[in-house]
Design a protein around this ligand. Structure first.
Ligand SMILES: *Cc1c(COP(=O)(O)O)cnc(C)c1O
Length: 371
């Protein structure tokens, strides 16, 4: 292959293809920056990843699965779907697996949203939403969060029109942290037409206080238009393997399997996910979730002590509503070895990471307050 600098490189033909105009309006997904390795003490708290590597048994299972990589994975991911069906008390046919729950959300848009149809979601919320909706021809309808950084369900219900096909609820909400209760979701659903799909994105469910977490399994059973989105990327620590799923009612589940990329989830990803569901692995993951919750409480209390006013978070992250100072606060943290994630002029999100990183966050936040 001739390289860029090669004098003999092929002349480039004029590009005559037509791109979809919708692409011009799409925001770019800004990934959390990695912590640069410059020898200094640095931590990445910018992508809500697990600070723990995969559980040993899970990692070993994934490595063993590599030996079979000359074969396509089970396209139906049957073993995994059976295990997930058991976990959620549904038929395996009601589990739709893909390469992360972002991909499943994309499948959902492709299955139910036609050109010009509307998708309602809160904003700020997960930044993949406008990209998924816009890239498939849907019209994003963003409903601002309340001033306590929660979903404004009243306003979201009022935003529903004849063109609404899908509503995304993110609980706990990334990047701000508050969650929705069973009652809030039920009251909202009572105002949603039954032919509009309501997806509940629970990527951070495992980090929620178990005593108050929404009973989404019951909600799913009571409403034929509800779909649950779950991932192995956060607590299970498999973000790099890319696997997530939906729990859906039979017709929607079938529709998701019709539009998803064939052989999307790889064999190691399927095997690792399956292994994550085993009892002893689950116990270790539960302990990790509890550790993250304790760290979150510790960090939250210390930040309160520094007189920060932050939205209550049920995720593995906290949100600093620093407005116009977002870029400056992020740069300030960066200089001190902690990579955070700024959201325009709304605020900055910090992942609850390893203890040293959390200590550093407190140091930095205190120093910022005391400037
Ligand atoms: C991280 C995250 C996901 C998970 O995405 P994957 O594609 O499964 O890695 C889904 N929803 C939200 C809100 C998230 O923050």
């Amino acid at each position: 292959m001739p390289s860029q600098s090669d004098p003999d490189r092929y002349p480039e033909p004029p590009e005559t293809v037509r791109l979809r105009p919708a692409l011009e309006k799409l925001p770019a997904y800004v990934p959390g920056r990695p912590a640069v390795d410059d020898g200094a003490r640095r931590f990445k708290a910018s992508s809500n990843e697990s600070p723990f590597p995969p559980v040993d048994a899970v990692r070993d299972a994934a490595i063993d699965a590599l030996a079979g990589s000359n074969r396509y994975p089970d396209m139906a991911a049957l073993e995994l779907r059976e295990a997930l069906g058991t976990k959620h008390g549904v038929d395996p046919s009601q589990i739709a697996v893909s390469t992360g729950s972002v991909a499943v959300s994309g499948d959902l848009v492709r299955a139910v949203v036609g050109e010009g149809d509307e998708v309602v979601y809160a904003w700020r919320s997960f930044e993949a939403y406008p990209i998924l909706v816009g890239s498939h021809g849907g019209v994003p309808v963003q409903v601002p969060l309340t001033d306590t950084f929660e979903h404004d369900l009243e306003a979201m219900a009022a935003a529903i029109t004849e063109r609404t096909r899908l509503i995304l609820l993110c609980t706990p909400n990334n990047p701000t942290g508050p969650s929705l209760s069973t009652e809030q979701i039920e009251e909202f659903l009572a105002r949603v037409p039954e032919d509009v799909v309501v997806a509940i994105d629970e990527a951070y469910r495992e980090f929620h206080d178990p005593a108050t977490v929404a009973g989404t399994a019951g909600i799913f059973r009571r409403h034929g238009n509800v779909v649950l989105l779950r991932t192995f990327s956060k607590l299970q620590g498999l973000a790099g393997l890319r696997i997530g799923y939906a729990v859906a009612h039979p017709r929607l589940a079938r529709a998701l399997s019709q539009v998803t990329v064939p052989f999307g989830s790889s064999l190691p990803a399927q095997v690792a996910a399956l292994s994550s569901l085993r009892g002893e692995v689950q116990e270790e993951l539960d302990q990790r979730a509890e550790w993250i919750r304790q760290e979150r409480s510790r960090v939250f209390a210390a930040l309160r002590g520094q007189s920060w006013e932050l939205p209550v978070s049920q995720g593995n992250f906290v949100f600093f509503p620093v407005g116009e100072d977002s870029a400056a606060f992020t740069a300030f943290a960066d200089e001190r070895g902690l990579v955070l994630r700024a959201y325009g002029s709304d605020g900055v999100r910090a992942t609850i990471a390893e203890q040293e990183a959390n200590d550093l966050l407190l140091e930095i936040a205190g120093e910022w307050r005391g400037r």
